[in-house]
Design a protein around this ligand. Structure first.
Ligand code: AGP
Length: 368
């Protein structure tokens, strides 16, 4: 059932729209809701014998490629916040090129939808030889990465056929939020935050359903952008990953140049690109001053902000505003990527390109 398109024209479209269900499956049986004492916790069976070691690690090192790397980047802040362990990021090929330092006291977390990506697999072999505890987060039971890691978590997102990863990305973030909860201690000082995240996770499928209602709006936006050469996507904090991932979607399927840019870096270079012609997309979080700078230079702005914030974020009508449901900050990347997935999808269809099999790309990159 999962591998036919149902009523959809393309797998990518189907996979975008099934995210309320895929994130539900990812969480099934893993969120323990409390009784009268209101204790709430997370159970990740594949990690239970290793949690102590992970908590005592010198570092947690995330390793991945493409979308899987972006999902790890989106999850880094919550992992740092709840675990108190430093978290570093590695693109798998770059770790190998540098033969970067990996220690016995490290926990290396390998994130891969397919579980077969050659660069990630080779980085796993390297980290394992260096004595790190290796954890796999994959969507494919029995995959090479699932088999060669010491322990792991399956994201249970269901088969993903479109070359552009969509539902795996959101399920990976959900798993890593649960990982942060599982590693982090349940102390009095962080209990309210933990409970808010768990409540947020429980309500996430509804919020994803809500954000998917932007489909028609994103199609209209795609019509406006159809002939553009380039789209810049800015974000910071939790939304930096959204910017990278949104831009990756636009370039890989719509074959339009797109860059994800850390908003804090804008005045250190990218601002020079701003003129009245180039379109920019902003995922709004503490970026009012950046938006004003862009507006002053007559940038063609598309601003993504929380529902109800449009008037304060963007006074006047010279902006195009996409309002998304608000969720706990660490889960906001799950919501914010959806409009950009829809935009990339509609741009691709309107531009007449192959949605599910973009030129030159393979679903699983098994060669170096
Ligand atoms: C995502 O849309 C891409 N097709 C690509 O970046 C992909 O995420 C990357 O090749 C890693 O694949 P993996 O998750 O299967 O390891």
């Amino acid at each position: 059932e999962q591998i036919n398109k149902g009523n959809y024209e393309h797998y990518m479209q189907k996979e975008i729209h099934e995210q309320p269900e895929s994130v539900t499956t990812t969480m099934r049986g893993r969120l323990i809701r409390g009784g009268s004492c209101k204790a709430k916790s997370v159970l990740l069976g594949g990690l239970k014998d290793h949690l102590k070691t992970i908590r005592r690690s010198r570092r947690i090192v995330f390793v991945g490629c493409g979308t899987s790397y972006n999902a790890a980047l989106a999850s880094r802040p919550i992992l740092e916040e709840l675990s108190d362990v430093p978290v570093t990021m590695e693109v798998a090929s770059d770790l190998l090129d540098r033969q970067g330092p990996i220690y016995r006291e490290d926990t290396a977390v390998f994130v891969s939808q397919s579980g077969e990506t050659a660069d990630t697999l080779n980085a796993l072999e390297y980290a394992s030889e260096n004595g790190a505890l290796c954890v796999g987060i994959t969507n494919t039971v029995g995959s090479a990465i699932a088999r060669h890691t010491h322990c792991g978590v399956h994201i249970n997102a269901g088969a993903e056929i479109g070359v552009a990863s969509t539902k795996a990305y959101t399920s990976q973030i959900v798993v890593m939020a649960m990982l942060a909860l599982a590693i982090g201690g349940d102390t009095i000082s962080n209990r309210a935050r933990r409970e808010a995240i768990i409540d947020g996770l429980c309500d996430l499928p509804n919020k994803v359903r809500e954000v998917l209602k932007l489909d028609a709006e994103m199609k209209e936006l795609a019509k406006l952008l159809i002939a553009e050469q380039s789209l810049l996507v800015f974000g910071r904090g939790y939304n930096y990953a959204t910017a990278l991932e949104g831009a990756l979607k636009v370039k890989e399927v719509a074959l339009m140049h797109s860059e994800g840019i850390l908003a804090g870096e804008m005045k250190h270079g990218p601002l020079a690109l701003v003129d009245e012609n180039l379109p920019y997309c902003f995922t709004y979080s503490k970026q009012q001053s950046v938006i004003q700078q862009l507006h002053a230079r007559k940038g063609r702005l598309i601003v993504m902000c929380s529902k109800g914030d449009a008037a304060s974020v963007c006074p006047g009508d010279s902006y195009r505003v996409i309002e998304v449901p608000i969720v706990e900050d660490c889960l906001q990347p799950v919501i914010n990527i959806v409009p950009l997935q829809l935009l990339a999808y509609h741009l691709t269809v309107l531009r007449g390109y192959n949605v599910d099999q973009p030129r030159n790309l393979a679903k699983s990159v098994t060669t170096q």
